[in-house]
Ligand binder design. Structure first.
Ligand code: SER
Length: 613
């Protein structure tokens, strides 16, 4: 039987043999893309190239890419939803299109020598049925008919057979491959029978070929891209489940030994769903830590914290009663009394054995290599923090204060734990009220997160990122030459140029423009570092960080600083601005800066357009 490692390797070898350069997995945390917290698909790191930028390794690429999706975290524990998974994918950047993409998908799935040896009689295909944005994909059907009888090819709407990474970027119709996992085989299915088989998991999606020739802006398809791309994606975990004939991903070799360890350290209250959640969450946590994420209260760090804490709450009932030493380690209580002190010295994570096994499962990849000790430490530290919060919470409870929302927001008490404690004290928890308070709380933090990226770039190719940093330098130079009262009143960046609007009540003289330009180029030549910090809004204001007039900012803001420069004889920071980024790391990356035009924008507002070469 093929192992998950064999499947990954076969996939990469298959496409390498067909002229594809093999990319190592990019970090789970996207570089230069503030619009997503994690890579959620294999294509995410490739967006600029799908949009037309030249890739240094050519026009045919393939990879096994680490991904994290937390959108359906509540579903984790069923047979196929995971927060961490690997996506196998091959790409054509304006090279081959539907004919080869479909042929190779079919060959890889069915070839015994080079691929997975699937039975073609168990394959079902879906294609895009067409709408106002793109025609019915008859071309894909014609190609599929060479391999699969037409009565096993089904047309489905955009909801099913169109793929885009978000509201902006490349997208297109797709064709999806499904495999019949029933013992006796389903045979021919009508359209409705097929849809029902998909709904109840008798057929499983194993691969998606996206024909990315369209572009989306602000959620609407606006037309065709300059090049026709192929973006395929197949989840390794799910593919392994099908290859190994298992009914859920936890029985595959990517999870089975981890599940065994959880079973071993559990007592008679072992519960399969909780065990799955622990295995999934701790694996994701290890991967995130290896890629540089640390537990915190925001962004990626918040997700990591949530994963670890959810797993801690789940492991508690599995590994024994409140008196169990492992449990004490986590919640620090015994016999329902508060233990105020628990000596952590020499202790280790309650997940230690599970983590060792996770590291073992990925020993043939680079994912966790060299990060093992760090992973143990970060998880252990987070456990300790959580336990301390719980200790304090328990003190409150002992005083008779059981407010689940307060316990959650102040001490990190998960609702399930509060409910359990309340039960021992004969107190009823108003779950509905708690859920409402949480919904409100989450809506507030979401609004904060969205605001934080206001001012961030929608398009993040190299040139726009450079122009963005040049924009900050230009504002600083305008203030130095024309006066501190100059403020940004508007801005816009495209791939060709930057534009800034600012208050100033006369034309800027040519000699002033020359001076501004020279200042910016001087700072570029100095190679100043550009750093991002997060701080409370009040602190950023007190530091005098530039903010755009009229824009709304959240309580915690992201601030970019370009510093230090010694150009004026003393060390000072060139620029400090409220900004969502992204930016270059060092000004030397920008190139030569040139002002192209200075003109009136409206009464009292001037406009400058500038480029970089
Ligand atoms: N991007 C597509 C997906 O995630 C194909 O790779 O399904």
């Amino acid at each position: 039987m093929l192992t998950s490692h064999d499947i990954r390797q076969r996939f990469l070898d298959f496409f390498a043999k067909r002229g594809h350069a093999i990319l190592p997995s990019a970090s789970l945390v996207p570089e230069n893309d503030p619009s997503v917290l994690f890579n959620t698909a294999g294509m995410q790191p490739l967006v600029p190239y799908l949009m037309g930028q030249k890739h240094p390794l050519g026009t045919r690429l393939a990879s096994a890419q680490k991904c994290v999706r937390t959108g359906d975290i509540e579903e984790v524990g069923n047979h196929k939803n995971l927060t961490f998974f690997e996506m196998l994918g091959n790409w054509s950047l304006g090279d081959y299109f539907k004919e080869d993409a479909i042929k190779w998908s079919y060959e890889f799935l069915t070839s015994k020598e080079e691929g997975l040896g699937f039975d073609p009689a168990r394959l079902y295909i879906t294609v895009f049925e067409g709408d106002e944005d793109a025609p019915r994909d008859l071309e894909a059907v014609e190609i599929w008919k060479k391999y699969i009888p037409e009565n096993r090819i089904y047309f489905l709407p955009k909801k099913n057979n169109w793929w885009s990474p978000g509201d902006n970027g490349p997208c297109g119709p797709d064709t999806e491959m499904f495999y019949d996992v029933t013992p006796n085989g389903l045979g021919d299915l009508t359209h409705d029978e097929y849809v029902a088989a998909d709904d109840d998991g008798r057929v499983v999606e194993i691969w998606n070929d996206v024909f990315m020739e369209y572009e989306k802006r602000d959620g609407a398809v606006v037309g065709k891209l300059a090049q026709k791309n192929v973006d395929t994606g197949s989840g390794l975990e799910r593919m392994t489940m099908v290859v190994q004939g298992k009914s859920n991903v936890y029985e595959t070799d990517l999870f089975s030994s981890i599940m065994e360890v959880i079973g071993k350290i559990s007592d008679e209250r072992y519960d399969e769903r909780s065990a799955r959640i622990i295995a999934d969450h701790i694996k994701s946590s290890a991967m995130l830590i290896a890629d540089g994420v640390r537990p915190s209260n925001k962004d990626q760090g918040y997700i990591l914290r949530r994963l670890i804490r959810r797993a801690l709450v789940k492991i508690r009932p599995l590994v024994g009663s409140f008196a169990h030493p492992l449990v004490q380690r986590v919640v620090g209580i015994s016999n329902n009394n508060v233990t105020t002190e628990f000596d952590y010295a020499g202790s280790q994570s309650v997940f230690a054995e599970i983590l060792s096994e996770i590291i073992q499962v990925y020993k043939d990849t680079e994912y966790l290599k060299g990060k093992e000790a760090l992973i143990f430490q970060v998880i252990f530290d987070e456990e300790t923090k959580f336990r301390k919060g719980l200790d304090n919470g328990f003190k409150e409870i002992e005083k008779g204060n059981i407010d689940p929302f307060d316990l959650f927001t102040t001490y990190g008490f998960p609702i399930e734990l509060t409910e359990e404690i309340a039960l021992t004290k004969n107190i009823t928890i108003d779950r509905k009220k708690f859920d409402e308070q949480m919904a409100e709380h989450q809506a507030k933090s979401r609004a904060g997160a969205e605001q934080k990226f206001k001012g961030g770039l929608a398009n993040t190719n190299d040139t726009t990122v450079k122009l963005h940093t040049a924009h900050h330098l230009l504002l600083a130079a305008l203030q130095e030459v024309l006066g501190k009262e100059v403020k940004q009143k508007g801005s816009n960046i495209t791939e060709e140029r930057l534009r800034i609007d600012f208050n100033f009540d006369r034309k800027v003289l040519p000699e002033e423009l020359a001076k501004i330009e020279a200042l910016v180029n001087g700072w570029i030549a100095e190679g100043l570092s550009v750093t991002r910090r997060e701080m409370p809004k009040a602190e950023a204001e007190a530091l005098g960080a530039e903010m755009e007039f009229g824009a709304k900012y959240p309580d915690i803001v992201s601030v970019y600083e370009i510093s230090p420069s010694t150009s004026s004889g003393q060390t000072h920071s060139v620029s400090l601005e409220f900004c969502g980024g992204p930016h270059v790391a060092n000004t030397s990356e920008i190139g030569h800066f040139k002002i192209q035009k200075e003109e009136a924008s409206s009464a009292g507002i001037r406009r400058i357009k500038a480029t970089i070469e």
